[in-house]
Design a protein around this ligand. Structure first.
Ligand code: TYC
Length: 118
């Protein structure tokens, strides 16, 4: 058995790759790749923000129709919170920030936050 053949077989036995006779071996990755985490954008209830304003937010930032926006607003109003959508981390954080900034501009205390989805 040649020297190279011996190296190739030894590396293969350990699960590494042999890359020709350059003496470069690449070890298999130790960590398994995971799909990117998802984040939920959650709207919280308060006693002061007008219902119509919450519906406007859901239409404007979450592309909901008036029917779905009304249902979601009522869910927040009765249950205390509701998920408005699930996105990548960046998009979820941007939407929550845009909602909070716009609410403050309009003098409403509406709160929007993100939580990592299971
Ligand atoms: N509870 C508010 C009211 O009675 C309405 C409301 C709904 C506020 C949803 C915030 O995320 C919210 N005017």
């Amino acid at each position: 058995m040649s020297k190279f053949e011996w190296v190739r077989l030894s590396l293969e036995k350990e699960g590494a790759e042999y890359e020709g006779d350059t003496d470069v071996a690449v070890a298999p990755a130790k960590t398994k790749l995971q799909p990117p985490a998802k984040y939920q954008v959650v709207l919280l209830n308060d006693d002061f923000t007008p219902m119509d304003f919450v519906i406007e937010i859901l239409e404007k930032f979450f592309n909901m129709g008036t029917e779905q926006a009304t249902q979601t607003m009522l869910m927040v109003h009765t249950q205390g919170k509701a998920i408005c959508g699930t996105f990548s981390k960046d998009i979820a954080e941007t939407k929550a920030r845009q909602v909070n900034e716009y609410s403050r501009e309009c003098q409403h205390p509406l709160m929007c936050k993100t939580i990592k989805a299971e």
